[in-house]
Design a protein around this ligand. Structure first.
Ligand SMILES: [Zn+2]
Length: 400
């Protein structure tokens, strides 16, 4: 009868192994395995047990303990032609696992020689997962089931800090869903108080909160929904004096601003600080949403000023009193903003960077328009430190 070491060496001869350096190099590609076209990075799977994984893991690795690998692999890697790299602590369990995946029909499976030990010995960086409490595992179980989120993704959400600009029509659904999803810190910026005419669409508030500052009402609602979330109330209007300090504390901004001066100021300050902005606007029966990613890479896409270099003159903006909006419209558009924010935090899927999604509520139709980066843009073509913040004259617009 063959001994274990006989079988192991036979397996290691039959499968392909890659070194830790090769693994590191192939994981550098910015494109995840699910994306379209071009060079894609392989799916890296850590097959160790929970206690080992919690001590640290290779960045971007997925985690499926060896005992669950055959059961879960089809959910994580539906295409059997996808390149998969497995690793364990020392390279033996992953070698056996690689053979098992080959038997399941996976054609490009390799095992990382030397495992996590060799990775650490080579001096490569590693991540540590955030551990969820038993309560959190229960609360976020529908997220944890999704391979694109999992415990690791939920940890990212809990660590994330999102600034919601406006606690009104757009800020209501976006902050409610971000809080429900477990985004750990939500900043709310608004200087207004709750008015009866807001309640037709601003579902954060209610009749008991009339006259209360909107950020305070928002804090009460969001904290009741999810006590995991820390809500930071900024009862102010953004201006060139305070915006840098407020934005600096957040990873990204969900823009539900209702006026042009704030929109331009936000664009310029976010580029200065390198923060993504999920932008939206609504008018009557039509809503628009897009994502602005900072940076000069092709992936970063245009900024708000690439599309609209200057605000319209004050006399040209219709007055607030004339603007109507179908109550459900900000609900739809704000929820799409929350979707964008979650993807940016998780690093999953494709954002709306470079695309404007337009929704027509009367026709129930979506259309997407390509947005181009203006290489001459007077803001995003500049070095961040050279961008100057401008306080435009206040005038009314129509977003809420
Ligand atoms: Zn630009």
């Amino acid at each position: 009868m063959a001994s274990f070491s006989d079988i192991l060496s036979q397996v290691k001869r039959s499968i392909r192994e890659v070194s830790v350096d090769e693994t590191k190099a192939s994981m550098q590609s910015p494109r995840p395995s699910g994306s379209d076209g071009g060079e894609r990075r392989p799916v890296l799977i850590d097959v160790r047990e929970r206690d080992e994984y919690e001590q640290g893991f290779v960045p971007r690795a997925e985690w499926i303990p060896r005992g669950f690998l055959e059961m879960k692999i089809e959910d994580l890697v539906p295409d059997r032609g996808t390149e998969v790299i497995l690793y364990c602590a020392g390279g033996n369990r992953s070698a056996l696992a690689a053979r098992s995946l080959e038997e399941l029909g996976y054609t490009k499976v390799t095992s990382m020689a030397g495992g996590f030990r060799a990775w650490k010995q080579a001096g490569h960086a590693f991540d540590r997962p955030r551990t969820l409490t038993a309560e959190q595992v229960k609360r976020y179980s529908r997220h944890i089931m999704l391979p694109e989120v999992g415990e690791l993704g939920q940890g990212k959400l809990l660590d994330a800090k999102v600034l919601c600009l406006g606690a009104g029509g757009l800020g209501s659904p976006s902050s409610l869903y971000l809080a429900a999803a477990g985004v750990g810190t939500l900043g709310m910026v608004d200087d207004d108080v709750v008015d009866e005419s807001n309640l037709q669409r601003q579902v954060l508030h209610n009749v008991e909160r009339l006259g209360m500052p909107k950020v305070e009402s928002a804090r009460m609602t969001l904290q009741l929904l999810n006590p995991d979330v820390k809500v930071v109330a900024h009862q102010t209007r953004l201006n060139s004096e305070n915006i840098m300090e407020i934005l600096a504390g957040y990873d990204l901004v969900v823009d539900g601003a209702d006026n042009f001066p704030t929109r331009y100021l936000l664009n310029d300050a976010a580029l200065k600080l390198g923060k993504p902005v999920v932008h939206a606007s609504i008018f009557r029966f039509e809503g628009q949403v897009t994502t602005f990613l900072p940076g000069s890479t092709p992936e970063s896409g245009p900024c708000y000023r690439c599309l609209y270099p200057d605000p319209p003159p004050p006399g040209m903006a219709p007055s607030c009193q004339e603007a109507g909006v179908l109550g459900v419209l900000p609900g739809i558009i704000g929820t799409l903003q929350a979707n964008e924010a979650l993807k940016i935090i998780l690093g999953a899927g494709q954002t709306l960077s470079g695309r404007l999604l337009v929704f027509d509520a009367l026709a129930t139709k979506f259309r997407t328009m390509k947005l181009r980066k203006d290489p001459e843009c007077r803001v995003c073509s500049k070095q961040p430190e050279d961008i100057e913040l401008i306080d435009y004259e206040e005038f009314c617009s129509l977003a809420r």
